[in-house]
Design a binder for this molecule. Structure first.
Ligand code: XMP
Length: 509
């Protein structure tokens, strides 16, 4: 049985980060909203309570059944989680006179406390709270303090329940990882054996048991997630996995053929479908980004559905959904408002009547990459920058024509190839060229030109939620600009996007 830690989410922006840290210690964990706690069976080794934007003093403060788990399982309350337990267990939480935010140092640590094993006195911790634990019940003992926060950490005597006012999950808490390890290994008894190899082994066994001789159809995109999902499924059910790769005419230059080739090399049972014209027809005359996205989504479903029907007796749809998509769709606050119509789980319509199998829906992106490496997948596929489903259609501002796609593909290929040869491709989170619907005057030879503008975008990011523009070397930008202007007919000007997200998004549409 896969042992695990439950993380109960009270809505903190750091909840996912706690999960990351736990998993970095090779321990499997799951995030659940505080009000949807799953059945706790023998596989659960401990519970972590997250922080929250709420105050325990608010009428609508989030509650959970602490008494049910207290005394039977180790519990670690972080920030709101610690305040919650203190407040509803005989103590009192008050608004602090000043907001305690930022770095602080532990100037008291109770000697021989397991939670603080190998955490030195003076260790820097990171605080972010408006409330403070003013009073604790008699069975609580203070196990760490800072100069302004007396109850920086507590332990409820006779139990395995601990509370910490600071955030061990952020890197500013220098010994945060050590503290989490102390809780998870020494207190919860976790064995740290959750590795890519163990994940692969368990997942393949589970897929075999779940799917038996059933057939699965899966749409490949050339991206990391669908590729890793496909290889896992392939190892579990072999030729019963039917992969479909659609050329929507909006991929990068030569990408369709090269991706198809590498999938075939991996031994996948894959069918490539050239549907370029169907997409161009559907996009004809559309300029609104959301209308373009919807048209592409609709045609993709039609094309995919036609192809899926050709697989006799198929009963499952495989998807490369990853953990952040799942958390997003069940989060405390519900799915976050749709800013652009993407990132939604389960994009295919009911009429396909297929059961869904998502072998990666417990993994974060970097874990998917590590699993992909352990599966021996081509590093070129694993290291690829994220690329949006609607592809170049949202990098050509305004209406789409095959001519514009061709121009953008050429410019983009020059850009990406230069990033690769300069050795910066892997340092950039995502890069791409954008075709602007703007013409400007130029001069080439003796002739005045009036042609379009290509914008280059490159960002650094961890998850695409926020991003900074990359400071690419000027010489490299100059080389790319020259090559594009000299080789791509129809372009006489190249600009570089220096906007960060927020407020700008990564894609222009
Ligand atoms: P934005 O532009 O919202 O992009 O900052 C964040 C990340 O999402 C990708 N993206 C999409 N992916 N369908 C997708 O599958 C889309 O419609 C879409 N729009 C943006 C974007 O490339 C970036 O990685």
């Amino acid at each position: 049985m896969q042992e695990k830690i439950l993380i109960l989410d009270f809505g903190s922006q750091f909840t996912q980060l706690i999960a990351r840290r736990v998993r970095e210690l090779n321990i499997y964990c799951e995030i659940h909203p505080f009000n949807k706690v799953p059945e706790v069976d023998a596989s659960v080794k401990g519970i972590i309570l997250s922080g929250s934007p709420y105050s325990v003093r608010q009428d609508d403060a989030p509650h959970f059944e602490f008494a049910k788990h207290h005394k039977t399982l180790p519990i670690l309350g972080v920030c709101y989680g610690a305040q919650y337990v203190a407040h509803f267990h005989g103590g009192e939480v008050l608004a602090s006179s000043t907001r305690e935010y930022g770095r602080a140092n532990l100037d008291f640590i109770k000697p021989d406390t397991i939670l603080f094993k190998d955490v030195p006195l003076g260790s820097q911790v990171w605080m972010s709270h408006g409330d403070t634990i003013a009073r604790i019940a008699d069975d609580f003992e203070v196990i760490a303090s800072t100069d302004s926060v007396k109850v920086a950490a507590y332990h409820i005597t006779g139990t395995e329940t601990y509370g910490i006012q600071f955030h061990p999950e952020v890197t500013h808490s220098i010994d945060g990882k050590q503290l989490l390890q102390n809780f998870l290994v020494d207190i919860c008894g976790c064995s740290q054996d959750w590795t890519p190899d163990s994940f692969i082994e368990t997942t393949i066994a589970e897929l075999k048991a779940k799917l038996g001789d059933d057939k699965v159809v899966l749409g490949l995109s050339g991206g990391v997630d669908s590729s890793v999902a496909a290889v896992l499924l392939h190892q579990a059910i072999g030729k019963n996995l039917h992969c479909i790769f659609v050329d929507n005419g909006l991929l990068r230059k030569d990408e369709y053929q090269s991706v198809l080739d590498s999938y075939q090399h991996m031994g996948l049972n894959i069918k490539g479908i050239d549907a370029k014209q169907r997409f161009y027809d559907a996009l004809s005359g559309l300029t609104d980004p959301e209308k373009k996205r919807k048209a592409i989504g609709r045609v993709f479903i039609e094309v995919f559905d036609d192809a899926a029907h050709e697989v006799q007796g198929v009963s499952w749809l495989g998807q490369g959904t990853i953990y952040p998509d799942v958390i997003e769709s069940v989060s405390v606050k519900g799915p976050s408002a749709t800013i652009k119509s993407h990132h939604n789980v389960g994009g295919l319509p009911d009429f396909m009547k297929l059961k869904v199998v998502e072998p990666l829906n417990t993994l974060f992106k970097d874990e998917v990459r590590r699993v992909g490496t352990a599966l021996g997948i081509d590093p070129n596929i694993l290291g690829r920058h994220p690329f949006p489903g609607p592809g170049l259609a949202i990098r050509i501002l305004g209406d789409i024509t095959p001519e514009k796609v061709d121009i953008l593909q050429q410019a983009d290929a020059i850009y990406i190839n230069n990033l690769r040869s300069a050795g910066v491709y892997d340092k950039v989170w995502q890069a791409g060229a954008i075709y602007l619907p703007v013409q400007s005057v130029g001069v080439m030879g003796d002739e005045r030109t009036y042609e379009n503008v290509i914008c280059l975008r490159a960002v650094e990011s961890l998850d695409g939620m926020t991003a900074d523009w990359c400071h690419l070397p000027y010489d490299l930008l100059a080389k790319i600009s020259n090559e594009i202007i000299n080789n791509v007919k129809g372009i006489n000007r190249v600009v570089y996007d220096i906007s960060s997200k927020p407020p700008a998004t990564i894609e222009w549409e």
